[in-house]
Write a protein that binds this ligand. Structure first.
Ligand code: BES
Ligand code: ZN
Length: 605
């Protein structure tokens, strides 16, 4: 077999400043997990068996990432049958990175078994009490591994450049059901049984995900469906009933769906993100269930990651724009397929506004797509800039080369790099070789270096224009002149544009009039409500404060919560945060802790 020689070859791997691991010498290829979920002690305990591949004979140690893990025992084996205890040490713990876990290995070591348990402070895990769930009867646990939180619940090489296949056995208390971003046990499996999961396609660690709760499933099509708490599942399935069509549209554009099933798990409202693209099982906030499908762009987004992100993955967190910029572009293409160009252009125009706002509030260095994250938490890089600037870059390429060419190019790109993690440089080299060389004159119109390595956006950047929003602008102007306006048939996007277009400062009578005419304090759409709450804080419109407090003590989605705390003064922010903090995921807690600390320091100066 020629594969012997191949085995010792060291496949190229990009250096990742956010991992202690040494994949250039030893790489983890497969993971076998056996986990017990213990709600009473807020811990996951069990074993992880890592299948490793060594390159050369000088590794001596397997270095893994860990954060607040208790390591009980480490063993090594050449065959996965006979294990021998191995020495390990845990290095100094860094606030951002956690601590390296070093395990002694022999030249013939192929398997490393680690007995461990997680700490209640694990940054990936949120343990919810029954009161914090929709059903109110059972506790709930879920993970959020992106960007570098997987290391707080599994000892592994926590770098997006390292891909593993995995199997997991998860033991949960009777009455509860476990799900993972993997092949799930069938819905018919009784709750409380041991569930086995398989992910047979290599994935980066940030996509490993688990949730446990009183969960039910409802199909939305042959390959798609929804998991949610029992009281939520029917409404969620109705909201996401277009998923099967979305999947077909995405496949028509970018090639076959490579993950077999696409399901969505709707989490309790404390989930810190809108969505998380865990393969085969997107995790989603319930705040997108508006009742009218108006916020399903989130599903289009997470589904798009099945190509950009999960299939072709950013090699390091500085390459994050490769995941998110491509995904936002694809998200809008999927939306256009399903709901037409009018809707897609409104979303693009809203995104463009977001980008303009973000550019104003970030330093030139942070406006660069290939961002420098030295000494920083990669979660800090997750601004709107990689999303919207990245998408605008692709939009310019679309306009220059035309859709047919770009579509074929992207399909090839996903096929070529499937199941690989790539750097910004690799992606640009491929683009030059397979798109730009074909037409140097068109290529000259795209200032690639400016897009990727310079702040701001190039002067030649396209500006998405929405005809629908022009009409809204006219109505907004009329409203400010005190005229009655006609808002019948407005979509969520039109409402958002209307509200965002109003002056930042509005006096009490205008705020009252807005609320009385459009019932904004009672808005059931969280995107509109969030925008209104922000306006209420800015203009000290007190009648909305009880609703503000109710919102912040139920919803933990960082995109909503953070700007609201930012806008409040210290007194109001700390009063609400004191009540709300216990309800948030550790990731949201960390964000708001820092924000309140900064406000306190500013107040004491
Ligand atoms: N992968 C991201 C979420 C993420 C980014 C988690 C960085 C941790 C670190 C996900 O795909 C995403 O972008 N979610 C968005 C929603 C989307 C519609 C823009 C969100 O959560 O707001
Ligand atoms: Zn995304």
């Amino acid at each position: 077999m020629t594969s012997c020689a191949k085995k010792t070859e060291n496949p190229h791997i990009a250096h990742d400043i956010h991992s202690y691991a040494n994949p250039e010498l030893v790489r983890v290829r497969h993971l076998d997990l056996d986990l017990n979920v213990v709600f009473e002690q807020q811990t996951i305990q069990g074993t992880a068996v890592l299948t490793i591949e060594q390159y050369g004979r000088d590794a001596k140690q397997l270095i893994l990432d860990s954060r607040a893990l208790q390591i009980d025992e480490t063993e090594v084996s050449p065959d996965g049958v006979k294990y021998q205890e191995a020495r390990f040490s845990i290095g100094r713990s860094d606030k951002i990175l956690g601590a390296p876990l070093r395990i002694d290995i022999a030249p013939d070591t192929k398997f490393v078994r680690i007995r461990y348990s997680t700490d209640p402070t694990a940054t990936a895990l949120q343990w919810l009490s029954p009161e914090q769930t929709a059903g109110k009867l059972h506790p709930f646990l879920y993970t959020q591994s992106q960007a570098i939180h997987a290391r707080s619940w599994i000892p592994l090489q926590d770098s997006p450049g390292v891909r593993v296949t995995y199997k997991a056995n998860v033991h949960v208390p009777k009455g509860l059901k476990a799900v993972m971003g993997a092949t799930n046990c069938t819905p018919a499996d009784v709750a409380g049984a041991n569930c086995s999961f398989v992910m047979d396609r290599p994935v980066p660690s940030y996509l490993i995900a688990l949730a446990v709760g009183d969960l039910a499933f409802e199909a939305t099509g042959p390959r798609t469906g929804v998991w949610a708490e029992v009281p939520v599942v029917a409404k969620a399935a109705a909201e996401f009933s277009d998923m099967e069509k979305m999947l077909e549209a995405a496949e028509r554009l970018y090639g076959p769906y490579r993950w077999v099933r696409y399901d969505v798990l709707v989490l309790p409202p404390s989930f810190p993100f809108g969505g998380m693209e865990n393969p085969r099982l997107t995790f989603a906030t319930p705040t997108v269930i508006a009742g009218d499908k108006s916020l399903v762009s989130l599903v289009a987004h997470e589904m798009a990651h099945s190509w950009s992100g999960n299939l072709v993955t950013n090699a390091t967190w500085s390459d994050f724009w490769l995941n998110e910029g491509y995904t936002v572009y694809i998200e809008r293409r999927i939306l256009e397929e399903l709901y037409g160009p009018r809707r897609a252009e409104m979303e693009a125009a809203l995104g463009y506004q977001d980008l303009q706002d973000e550019l104003k509030s970030h330093s030139p260095a942070d406006q660069i797509l290939h961002v420098d994250l030295n000494g920083r938490d990669p979660d800090d890089g997750a601004t709107d800039i990689p999303y919207e600037k990245g998408a605008l870059f692709l939009r310019q390429i679309e306009q220059a080369f035309g859709r047919p060419k770009l579509d074929i190019y992207l399909k090839d790109y996903f096929g070529h790099f499937a199941f690989q993690s790539i750097t910004t440089a690799q992606s640009l080299d491929y683009m030059r070789a397979h798109l730009f060389t074909g037409d140097p004159q068109l290529a000259a119109k795209i200032p690639v270096e400016d897009w990727v390595f310079q702040p701001g956006v190039p002067a030649s950047a396209p500006v998405p224009v929405s005809e629908a929003f022009r009409a809204v602008d006219a109505q907004g102007a009329a409203w400010l002149e005190g005229k009655a306006i006609d808002t019948t048939g407005w979509s969520t996007q039109e409402w958002l544009h209307f509200l965002r277009g109003l002056p930042l400062q509005l006096d009490a009578s205008r705020m009252r009039k807005l609320d009385a005419s459009f019932h904004l304090t009672e808005a059931s759409n969280d995107e509109i409500l969030d925008q209104w709450l922000l306006m209420a804080i800015r203009n000290r419109y007190a009648p909305t404060y009880p609703r503000l407090e109710e919102f912040l003590t139920t919803v933990g989605r960082r995109k909503y919560v953070k700007p609201l705390y930012e806008a409040m003064d210290l007194k109001q922010a700390s009063a609400i945060y004191e009540k709300a903090r216990p309800l948030y995921h550790p990731i949201t807690q960390a964000t708001i802790d820092a924000l309140v600390t900064a406000k306190t320091e500013a107040a004491n100066q």
